[in-house]
Design a protein around this ligand. Structure first.
Ligand SMILES: Cc1cc2nc3c(=O)[nH]c(=O)nc-3n(C[C@H](O)[C@H](O)[C@H](O)COP(=O)(O)OP(=O)(O)OC[C@H]3O[C@@H](n4cnc5c(N)ncnc54)[C@H](O)[C@@H]3O)c2cc1C
Length: 395
């Protein structure tokens, strides 16, 4: 098979890269290692309106499970601050189906298969699929451009000589469970716990509607197996919710997902001749932002293919456009997480207690709330701002 653009990985970044390239006139093939018709099971399911809007995503009823009113940040001793911000719990399977059928309606051909390497031959890349389906065996795809959207554990870009992530060692490894308890999913606030229960990032509770929710830990600096953090967070969570749910001990755990979240990683080398890297594989974390990154990537791929110039120089327009929109947000995010990682539990308690004394839930724009919160942070622990500046300079 031949095509202009071959996208590897049919999750948030890859689906958007394929759609955007096809809508810009390219002939596109999308492959994923998950068997055809079943679709891969993807972890991300919670999205806030601000990020969705900034990424050009319109939320559709067909995949909505629960609407959230905001988030609550909870300190190690249980102090909490509420922030109003409209959010959504998605039925991830339906979300993916929605974007897969959008891709197909734009002319994208979707196949199942595992891509191990994308070899450069002349100015094109050749990929052999290690098939999941017997009747598809032996497929070879010859593409002008390969887009690697195969997630944080991708090795395609690295095999092609790129280092697509800076601070790869800082991927937060996660374990997340679907849980069930009567009415637990009817809550309206997403909850972030910060502190030593999930060093370097967060533990989360996301209400999915009805009796369902997800519970997870995202940990940096402790390897990929974070089960011990999950177990002790589960205990803490049950104690925290016991007053509201007397039958909390009957909480059931269903499926469990594990994976990496590149939240504190920065994109590194994300283009080479005839190759582009997007989404988690490029350290562009988050459901909404990986979709926007995929969208920019697909657009530039289609334009380069049309001009018959798929050199690194031509494709680096993707890197420029992405940096213009996102670079400082990611850099600020990393610096904030590095600062948080250095704080002791009791310092986080004081900070959250001071923030909760101010009314962050209602009134004022997000920018006003953020400015107000910064003043409270500075007054509670002046060193925070100095640490933040130092971490920001470090990059
Ligand atoms: C447990 C967990 C929960 C998360 N929850 C949220 C959340 O609620 N909200 C949020 O914003 N972010 C969340 N994140 C972060 C988010 O998942 C990612 O940053 C982002 O969605 C990554 O999307 P992606 O398209 O780059 O890659 P992925 O979603 O990782 O998808 C990669 C795709 O590539 C395919 N693939 C991999 N290798 C190959 C290969 N060799 N050949 C062919 N196909 C291949 C896989 O089957 C998969 O479909 C979470 C992360 C984790 C680990």
């Amino acid at each position: 098979m031949n095509c202009d653009v071959l996208v590897v990985g049919a999750s948030s970044a890859g689906l958007m890269a394929a759609i955007s390239a096809a809508q810009s006139g390219a002939d596109v093939i999308l492959v994923d290692r998950a068997p055809a018709g079943i679709g891969p099971e993807h972890a991300a399911n919670t999205l806030f309106l601000g990020m969705a809007t900034a990424s050009g995503i319109e939320i559709e009823d067909c995949y909505l499970k629960n609407e959230l009113e905001g988030m609550q940040i909870i300190s190690p001793s249980g102090k909490a601050v509420k922030i109003s911000s409209r959010g959504f719990f998605l039925d991830r399977q339906r979300f993916d189906e929605h974007y897969r059928s959008l891709a197909q309606s734009c002319g994208v051909a979707i196949f199942s298969g595992t891509v191990k390497e994308a070899k450069l031959q002349g100015s094109r890349r050749v990929v052999c699929l290690d098939q999941c389906q017997e009747d598809d065996s032996g497929a070879r795809i010859d593409a002008r451009i390969v887009v690697d959207a195969s997630g944080v554990s991708s090795s395609l870009a690295r095999l092609a000589g790129l280092q697509p992530m800076l601070h790869r060692e800082d991927i937060a490894w996660a374990m997340e469970a679907d849980i069930e308890l009567k009415d637990l999913g009817k809550e309206k606030f997403f909850q972030y716990w910060i502190g030593s229960m999930a060093p370097g990032w967060k533990a989360t509770f996301s209400p999915a509607g009805g009796d369902r929710a997800t519970l997870g830990v995202f940990v940096r600096g402790h390897g990929e197996n974070v089960q011990s953090f999950f177990r002790s967070f589960l205990k803490r969570f049950k104690a925290y919710k016991a007053a509201r749910y007397p039958d909390i001990e009957s909480l059931k755990i269903h499926s469990i997902r594990r994976g990496g979240d590149p939240i504190a990683v920065l994109p590194g080398e994300i283009v080479a001749d005839s190759l582009m890297v997007t989404g988690g594989a490029a350290g562009q974390s988050g459901l909404a932002y990986s979709m926007r990154a995929g969208c920019i990537c697909g657009l530039v791929a289609a334009e380069a293919s049309k001009k018959l110039d798929v050199s690194k120089k031509s494709l680096s327009r993707y890197e420029k456009l992405w940096k213009k929109e996102f670079y400082w947000q990611y850099r600020m995010g990393r610096a904030s997480l590095e600062t948080l990682a250095d704080m002791k539990d009791r310092e986080i308690d004081v900070l959250v207690a001071n923030l909760s004394a101010k009314n962050l839930i209602s009134g004022g724009s997000f920018v006003k709330k953020a400015a107000y919160a910064s003043v409270v942070v500075a007054l509670s622990r002046p060193r925070t701002l100095i640490d933040l500046a130092a971490n920001l300079m470090r990059g």
